[in-house]
Structures are given as structure tokens and as C-alpha cells.
Design a protein around this ligand. Structure first.
Ligand code: ADP
Length: 455
């Protein structure tokens, strides 16, 4: 950038200097021509006065003339009577010369042209003498060109000196201007005062820094959560795996009576199933984490999904004499069917799992009373309830109020985390209302939107 600034300003300075020199030369030329003309005219007038008094003898005596001047006296009929440079006798008739003919009529006349005799640019000024003849004084212009030419070397030296000094000043100034730019602290761009022209850029850098800082923090939090999740997953997988290897070892050492082997096999089967469920839940969660952007939204009939969930859980519920009922009817919403199924399944599964034997589970589909939501889906159970201080936390991954009870019922601690994720995908609101020993109600409210993916 510095080089470019220096190069451009040097070009501009050089062009400006050349232009100024050209203008000065032209003005000087015009001025010198003016001076020459008035000088010639003044000389003609004073010579006229002398000749009028003393006659042509004054000229023949040889007056002191400037070297570029020439004097001619022409008779009224145009015959040359006297010339200070050429021989008057050999000169042709001068009556038709513009300045002479003008002076014959108007007392004086002038003309600028190339001289026939001397072949150079000449200014002629003619005045009528007392006796009717014409005195003509002429000055050669070539002296002006010669003068200008003699000045040229000085002008060139001056121009070069000005250009060199300008370049040095420009270099110094650009370095001085660029220095604060090089010293900008990009981490804190607004810290030091700066050229106001740079403020939009610095403000943008500052905003970007802030964005990067926030993203870094988010990444750190996400990284921490991921690490915690992996640790939890390993721990959760280790427990059933250790139980399985323990049972298997006892059997392999023949430490189990033959009639007890089916029971051991059943325990191994249950632990393996727990592992399978856990892995399935982890897969569901990671799919929601990574692929939720790509999941296609479609019209989902919530009544139908609810009935499918109830059908799937009916066998388990019946075993524990828990009645499951569904009430209400709502129009379809835009959503991802599979995800909504998982959400409803996990909520109803919990309502059965954490219920008392002989209890009930009631599912209600109705319009939402809140203006920003259209549908409210709620599941009510008459189970053990969730203590108030735990109600927020149960949506965290692997969080369980009563770890042993959850394990006994085959819980993974991931069910409600999946519900929360699914709700975020659908911009849905999940609320819980529960009393220990009385039961729990979990509500999911879906917003109105044409296409949930625009969220
Ligand atoms: P889990 O697989 O252990 O059921 P969830 O994420 O589904 O995991 O639930 C987290 C915890 O919240 C459960 O362990 C349980 O303690 C509590 N919980 C969830 N739903 C209910 C409910 N309907 N009644 C009582 N407690 C519940």
C-alpha cells in the first residue's frame, strides 16, 4: 500500500510541476512579447522625435540601438531611404508592408510576421514622420526563445529538486500515517484512538472478535458437555457389562446349580437388553444432535401417533393393571413424525414406569390456551411424582431422581433428554407439573407454523 501511495503521489506531483512549469513558460513568453512590443514602440517614438528635429542625418550618425532592433525609413512612395541592417538601395518597395501602409493612413501601424529579409519572427512598428515618410522599428522575437532556452537547464534542475524533495516528504509522511495502522491491536481494536475513516473497519473487527469469543465459549461448553456425556456413557455401559461378565464367569466356573441357570440367563438377557436400549437411546440423541437440520417436516396426525404409542405400551400397562386413556382430537401439525413418536413414547413410558400398580395414565389432546401455540398434548399419571427441586434437572442427560428405581424399570436416563431435543426441533414448549405421591403431568405445546424447518 505504501509503495502505491508513494508511486501515485509522485506521479501527481511530477505532473503538477510540469504543468506549472509549462504555464509559467507560456505566461513568461506572453509577458516578454508585451515588453518587447512596448519597448519597440517607445523606441520608435523617441527616434521619431529626434529625426523630426534633426532629419535623417541623425540616423546616419549611427544612434545606439539594441542588438535585436532594426530601423528602416521608407518614403511615402514606398522606397526605402534608410535601413540599419541592409543596404537601402537594394531593398524592394515597402509600401505594401502592412505596418507601413497602416502608418501612411493612421500615423502608426504594427505587424508581427516572418521577415522576408532576415527570415525570423519579427515585430514591426511604424510611425509617420513630420515630412510624410515612415519610420519603422522592428525587433526580432528570436531573442525571447534564446532567453527561454538559456533558462531551461535551471528550470529542469529546479523541477528535479522539487520532485526529489516531494518524494522524500511523501515517503516520510506515508510512513508516519501507516505506523498507527501497523500498531493496531487487533484483539482490542477500539482501545487506541484512530483515524475516523478506519472506525467502521475497526468496529467490524471488534464485533467479529466478540462473535468469535462467544463462539469459543459455546464451543468450550459444548466440548465440556460432550466429554461429560462420553464419561457418563462409558459408566452406564460398564455397569450392565460388568454384571453380564460376572454372571457368565460364575456359570463358567460351575458355581451355579443347574436349576438356577435359567434365572442367570434371564439376568444376562435383561442386562444385555438394557445395553441395547441405552445404545438405541444414544443413537437417537446423536441423530437429533447432528441431523435435525436435515429431517423433513410433514403433516403429523398427533391423535394417530398417540394411539400407536398407547398400543405399544398397553401390554406392560396391563400387566401392572394401569389403565391408559386418550381424550380429545386435534388437527395435524407440521413436524417430524418419528421424533414426535419418540417424544410421546418416552413420556407415556415414564407415566407407566413411574406409576403405582393399578394407577392410570391419561392423555389429552386439545387446543393450546396460549396464543403462540396451537396444540397442547399432555400426559397425566397417578405415579410417584417428581420432587419440585428435581423437576428442572430430570431433562438432563442421565439424570434420574431414583437411580435404582430407574434401573429396575429399565430406564436409561436419556428419555426426557430426547423429549427436550425433539421439543427444540419443533419449537415446542415442555412444562411439568408434579406432586410427590400424587402424580405427574407433562405438557407439550406445539406452535403454529407452516413449516417447522424455518425455525
Ligand atoms: P429414565 O430412563 O430413567 O426414565 P428419563 O429421562 O425418561 O430417564 O427420566 C429421568 C428421570 O425423571 C427418571 O429417572 C425419573 O426419576 C423421573 N421421571 C420421569 N418421568 C416421570 C414421571 N412420569 N413420574 C415420576 N418421575 C418421572
Amino acid at each position: 500500500m505504501r509503495k502505491k501511495i508513494i508511486r501515485n503521489t509522485t506521479c501527481i506531483v511530477t505532473a503538477a510541476i510540469l504543468l506549472i512549469f509549462f504555464a509559467v513558460t507560456v505566461l513568461m513568453y506572453i509577458h516578454t512579447v508585451d515588453l518587447l512590443k512596448t519597448g519597440t514602440e517607445n523606441e520608435a517614438r523617441s527616434l521619431k522625435a529626434a529625426i523630426d528635429m534633426e532629419g535623417l542625418e541623425f540616423l546616419e550618425a549611427g544612434p545606439v540601438l539594441q542588438e535585436n532592433r532594426r530601423i528602416t525609413v521608407v518614403a511615402e512612395d514606398g522606397m526605402v531611404l534608410y535601413d540599419s541592417v541592409a543596404d537601402a538601395v537594394t531593398m524592394d518597395n515597402h509600401k505594401s508592408r502592412p505596418e507601413i501602409s497602416e502608418a501612411l493612413f493612421h500615423e502608426s501601424g504594427s505587424s508581427m510576421r516572418t521577415s522576408d529579409t532576415l527570415d525570423e519572427r519579427v515585430y514591426y512598428y511604424a510611425v509617420a514622420l513630420k515630412d510624410g515618410s515612415i519610420l519603422r522599428v522592428s525587433s526580432s522575437m528570436d531573442s525571447i526563445f534564446a532567453m527561454m532556452l538559456s533558462m531551461a537547464p535551471y528550470m529542469i534542475i529546479l523541477a528535479v529538486a522539487i520532485i526529489v524533495i516531494s518524494i522524500l516528504i511523501i515517503r516520510y509522511e506515508t510512513r508516519r500515517m501507516i505506523q498507527p495502522i501497523n500498531e493496531i491491536n487487533l484483539d482490542r481494536p477500539l482501545e487506541e484512538p484512530m483515524y475516523k475513516e478506519f472506525m467502521p473497519l475497526l468496529n467490524r473487527i471488534d464485533r467479529q472478535n466478540e462473535r468469535i469469543r462467544v463462539q469459543m465459549e459455546e464451543l468450550k461448553v459444548a466440548e465440556g458437555m460432550r466429554r461429560e456425556f462420553s464419561a457418563n456413557v462409558s459408566h452406564e455401559l460398564k455397569t450392565p457389562l460388568m454384571a453380564i461378565s460376572g454372571y457368565a464367569e460364575i456359570i463358567s466356573r460351575n458355581m451355579v446349580k443347574k436349576e438356577d441357570i435359567p434365572e442367570f440367563a434371564d439376568r444376562i438377557y435383561k442386562e444385555a437388553s438394557r445395553m441395547t436400549t441405552l445404545i438405541e437411546d444414544i443413537i437417537k440423541l446423536s441423530r437429533l444432535d447432528e441431523q435435525s437440520d436435515m429431517m423433513p417436516f410433514e403433516a403429523v396426525d398427533l391423535n394417530r401417533v398417540t394411539n400407536e404409542v398407547v398400543d405399544a405400551l398397553q401390554v406392560v400397562a396391563r400387566k401392572r393393571k394401569i389403565t391408559m386413556t386418550v381424550d380429545g382430537d386435534v388437527p395435524p401439525i407440521e413436524g417430524v413424525r418419528q421424533v414426535i413418536y419418540e417424544m410421546f413414547y418416552n413420556l407415556c413410558d415414564n407415566a407407566v414406569k413411574y406409576n403405582e400398580d393399578g394407577g392410570s395414565v391419561h392423555i389429552l389432546l386439545e387446543p393450546s390456551p396460549k396464543p403462540e401455540y396451537v396444540v397442547r398434548w399432555s400426559v397425566w399419571d397417578t405415579g410417584i411424582g417428581v420432587p419440585e427441586e428435581e423437576q428442572e434437572r430430570i431433562f438432563e442427560r442421565f439424570y434420574r431422581v431414583d437411580k435404582s428405581h430407574s434401573r429396575e424399570t429399565g430406564g436409561t436416563g436419556l428419555g426426557l433428554a430426547i423429549v427436550k431435543h425433539g421439543a427444540t426441533l419443533h419449537d415446542a414448549l415442555v412444562t411439568i407439573d408434579s406432586k410427590v405421591g400424587e402424580g405427574t403431568c407433562i405438557m407439550v405445546e406445539f406452535p403454529e407454523k407452516d413449516n417447522g424447518q424455518s425455525a
